[in-house]
Write a protein that binds this ligand. Structure first.
Ligand code: NAD
Length: 555
């Protein structure tokens, strides 16, 4: 049996007609289906949502069983999902999550791709990535805000607040990487984006994430320089292998200011090595995964060496959370860690405040509901100019994929206010149906990931995974609608443990109580994690906003 047996197009229901026994279950059902909507998922037939092989369900039979179970699930029952397969239903209580999910978790010594793939081939496990297996993927917009924040932080750090007059080079315009061109142009810069798969480039152009496709490398450079000189924002797609194009650009002394990459490097079987045609990629990787991995790592080392070459020339270079540095290191390249990951370089101060990607989707399917929530956010946080700029631009420029949704970064003490307001708007009829509220796992308190979220922590606690587990337990105890614990995610096997939560604003008084707790406590774990690691700003935030920490003075 293959993962595409039983494949068919899936789309979440819209409107207020329930097919489940309550909105909590209906929300989980719609978000599972929304993850697999062909407009949302990168390879829906294979149940792959994004990130190489990140799946929402283990098989189509498991998908069908989850749909049946959710439709039958009572308001005081909980469905357990083990790597995309429903394995049990238990009586719990109305405050408990309706679904508890564990994806891709393996015991330490076995937590490698080789063992994972063996189990996957036997149908025993699936790769859940982050929001794929936790049913809160909202298309490329989900990563857009974080990418916009990252490029904004670079603009602030190095280029006087704007990327106007700069050229960024990056690889990969897939489900996540596709946010890069728009994030650069939103920051007024020029981007050259390299992808081996022309259909990915065309898809991003169709969705207005990418502006144009170059005929070749010379054309790309010429267009980039012309736009840069005119201080005009422009994103340019180039079809090619990043392991060939990056060194070629270095050799031509292309005037690149910023370099990063978001190919699917975390999984060497999803990165196309030099010398293999795209059409043969799947066949070759299945035939001899060991050889393919070696080839992919070697190509990654070539690409990373070119990135270090740009670094030596003074460019701003960073790893964008796909572990390409570690893969290059495994191929024997010893300067791979010369450039930093994006979290310690730009994002950590935000994590200290519990700031991170807060997202929501309208179960009505009506874009007017998102427009109303956008207005509510601006109304709630009138003094936050950065937030205003983002929400306004997102309203104008972001095309919805699947159910209409929005993302913005809110921190401790802010998220629950938004959640409660949305719940009131559902109750009053201002919104036509409930809203689901969740977040990415690229987050301040729910992730242990030494090459990404927890790289270079002050106290050296990068690899301690107690924190995400506590986060998941706390969200479960606080009333989240579904909670998940994952291993691997965006950085690959053995490199991260992370947790997700989604909570439904259905307009009831019970939902308000749950939202207040979950949306306070969830970012609260980000604050305490950073206080514990010794971050001063986090300690100030905790003291000012009343986060109780037993061994701190403010307790
Ligand atoms: P994806 O599989 O949807 O897209 C990857 C793209 O890389 C594809 O379009 C593919 O054609 C292209 N590609 C593969 N090999 C290439 C090569 N040699 N040269 C040029 N292009 C090549 O994956 P995605 O969802 O876009 O995720 C990309 C990476 O980013 C993954 O490793 C993912 O885990 C990681 N990620 C990062 C973050 C973050 O916050 N920075 C978040 C989530 C995921």
């Amino acid at each position: 049996m293959t993962t595409s047996d039983g494949a068919r197009p899936v789309r979440a229901a819209r409107g207020t007609q329930l097919s489940c026994k309550g909105w909590q279950q209906e929300a989980a059902l719609r978000m599972l289906m929304n993850n697999l909507d062909p407009e949302v998922a990168e390879h829906p037939d294979e149940l792959v949502v994004y990130g190489g092989t990140g799946r929402a369900a283990r098989s189509w039979a498991a998908f069908d069983a989850m749909v049946r179970t959710l439709r039958d699930l009572e308001d005081d029952e909980t469905m357990l999902v083990q790597s995309g397969k429903p394995v049990g239903v238990f009586r719990t209580n109305t405050w408990a999550p309706r679904v508890l999910i564990a994806n891709s978790n393996l015991v330490g010594d076995w937590a490698n791709w080789e063992h994972f793939r063996k189990l996957e081939a036997e149908g025993l496990i699936m790769y859940g990535q982050m929001t794929a297996g936790s049913w809160i993927y909202i298309g490329t917009q989900g990563i857009l805000q974080g990418t916009y924040e990252t490029f904004g932080a670079i603009a602030k750090k190095k280029f006087g607040g704007s990327l106007a007059g700069t050229i960024t080079l990056t690889g990969g315009v897939g489900g996540m990487g596709g946010a890069q061109p728009l994030a650069v142009t939103m920051n007024e810069g020029v981007a050259i984006c390299v992808d081996v798969d022309e259909s990915r480039i065309d898809r991003r152009i169709a969705k207005r994430y990418l502006d144009v496709k170059a005929v070749d490398l010379d054309d790309a450079i010429a267009r980039a320089v012309e736009a840069r000189d005119a201080k005009r924002a422009l994103s340019i797609g180039v079809v090619g292998n990043a392991a060939e194009v990056f060194p070629a650009l270095l050799e031509r002394e292309a005037p690149i200011d910023i370099v990063t990459d978001q190919t699917s490097a975390h999984d060497p079987l999803s990165y196309l090595p030099i010398g293999i045609d795209l059409e043969d990629m799947k066949k070759m990787s299945e035939k001899d995964p060991g050889y393919f991995t070696e080839q992919a790592r070697e190509s990654m080392a070539t690409q990373v060496a070119a990135m270090v070459g740009f670094l030596d020339r003074g460019a701003e270079v960073f790893d964008y959370g796909n572990s390409i540095r570690d893969e290059a290191r495994k191929a024997g390249y010893n300067r791979a860690f010369d450039f930093p990951g994006f979290v310690p370089a730009y994002i950590r101060p935000q994590f200290e405040e519990g700031l991170g990607p807060f997202r929501w989707a309208a179960l009505s399917g009506d874009p007017a509901d998102i427009a109303a929530t956008d207005r509510a956010i601006l109304d709630l946080f009138p003094d936050n100019e950065h937030l205003r700029r983002w929400i306004t631009m997102a309203g104008e420029r972001v095309e919805f994929e699947g159910l209409p949704a929005r993302i913005c970064w809110l921190g401790y003490g802010e998220r629950h206010r938004a959640g409660l307001r949305f719940n009131e708007m559902v109750a009053s009829g201002e919104l036509s149906a409930p809203i689901v509220i969740g977040r990415d796992h690229l987050d301040s308190g729910s992730v242990a990931s030494p090459y990404r979220e927890t790289e270079a922590m002050l106290d050296g606690s990068d690899a301690i995974a107690d924190w995400p587990l506590l986060n998941a337990l706390l969200n479960t105890a606080s009333g989240a609608s579904w909670v998940s614990i994952h291993h691997g995610g965006g950085v690959g096997m053995g490199r991260s443990i992370h947790a997700g939560q989604v909570t439904v604003a259905d307009g009831t008084a019970l939902a308000a109580e749950k939202l207040e707790r979950v949306l306070t406590n969830d970012p609260g774990t980000g604050v305490i994690r950073h206080v514990d690691a010794g971050y001063q700003h986090a300690a100030e935030v905790a003291a000012e906003r009343g986060v109780r920490i037993p061994m701190q003075e403010n307790a």
